[in-house]
Design a protein around this ligand. Structure first.
Ligand code: CP
Length: 323
């Protein structure tokens, strides 16, 4: 599809291998796209004629709907496929599914998959652009990009900020993508959670580890609170959810001990009363719904850039210029 070379390459599989310049290009390209979602008619012809398949093999609300809105607001033709409604349940392989979709002349695949590495595996086997919408516990690049855009909106910078990812780091693709992206942009990054939910060798990624939530709250400018991924735990990770909340939960009482107001992020879906209390989730410093709003603009930017759109023409593109 890409007659013009994309500044990101063919695919967006993760943030690990992106340069700071490429990450900033995505964030900066998202800025002009924010306004499209505020219009009465939320549509521009930027991706007219492009066909995008959203292939979701795992449950999703935010990412799936956000990609679909982004695609539709850029006038792409979209098709949604879930594993339960596809021939995967009859034993068809991922590559065969994708090749059959390609035979119908598609341009991009947005894929969520339960296996780490699935997006790269597919990207290496089909000529269409592949965007990773979350693969196992590997990466969730567009989530981290929208987290970073939300942080930058608030502080007008990322470099030098102290960002702590709290909770279930072990199972979190969001944590991994945030660590790569934030470090690339010059933030200081820490993780905080029970030892059983921290990956071995996590410090080798360049992050600080806090073993008490109280210490993290004293240190950080931003807390990005992660969901306990109970569906990926087979037991033995935690004594009980109640105890987890008592020891690790982010509560208003705990935040009141912070030396400054902390920006509160959560990628969702939230377990209220477990990793985050409702008065924090709904409190004045939570940007959780702003993250969701920014997700549409970030995904528009990724789609636009992968389709070959030039970063410096995003403003013009929103006025009606096609890629
Ligand atoms: N943050 C996130 O990935 O949410 P969904 O699982 O609802 O897409």
């Amino acid at each position: 599809m890409n007659q013009r070379r994309s500044s990101l390459g063919k695919d967006l599989v993760g943030l690990e291998l992106l340069t700071a310049e490429q990450i900033l290009t995505i964030l900066n390209t998202a800025e002009p796209f924010k306004e499209i979602s505020e219009r009465r008619i939320k549509k521009v012809p930027v991706l007219r004629g492009k066909t995008i398949v959203n292939l979701f093999f795992e449950a999703s609300t935010r990412t799936r709907v956000s990609f679909e809105f982004a695609e539709k607001r850029l006038s792409a033709d979209t098709v949604n496929i879930s594993s339960s409604g596809s021939s995967v349940v009859k034993g068809e392989t991922l590559v065969d599914t994708a090749r059959n979709l390609e035979a119908m002349r598609i341009d991009m695949v947005v894929m969520r998959h339960g296996s780490s590495g699935a997006a790269k595996f597919l990207a290496e086997r089909i000529p269409s652009s592949v965007i990773n919408a979350g693969d196992g516990n590997h990466e969730h690049p567009t989530q981290a990009l929208l987290d970073m855009l939300t942080i930058r909106d608030h502080f007008a910078k990322i470099e030098g900020l102290k960002v702590c990812l709290v909770g279930d780091i072990l199972h979190s693709r969001v944590a991994r993508s945030n660590i790569y992206g934030l470090l690339a942009l010059g933030a200081e990054v820490a993780v905080c959670g029970p030892k059983t939910l921290l990956p071995l060798g996590i410090t080798e990624l360049g992050v600080t580890v806090f073993s008490r939530i109280e210490e993290a709250i004293q240190w950080a400018d931003v807390l990005n609170i992660l969901r306990l991924q109970l569906e990926r735990m087979e037991g033995g990770f935690l004594p009980s959810l109640r105890e987890y909340n008592q020891v690790w939960g982010v509560s208003r009482t705990r935040l009141e001990q912070a030396p400054k107001d902390l920006l509160i992020l959560h990628p969702g879906p939230m377990n209220r009363g477990v990793e985050i209390d409702s008065d924090v989730a709904d409190g004045p410093h939570a940007m959780i719904l702003q993250q969701v709003t920014n997700g549409v603009a970030v995904r528009m930017a990724v789609l636009y850039l992968l389709a070959g759109g030039a970063p410096d023409t995003a403003e013009a593109a929103k006025g009606g210029v096609e890629v």
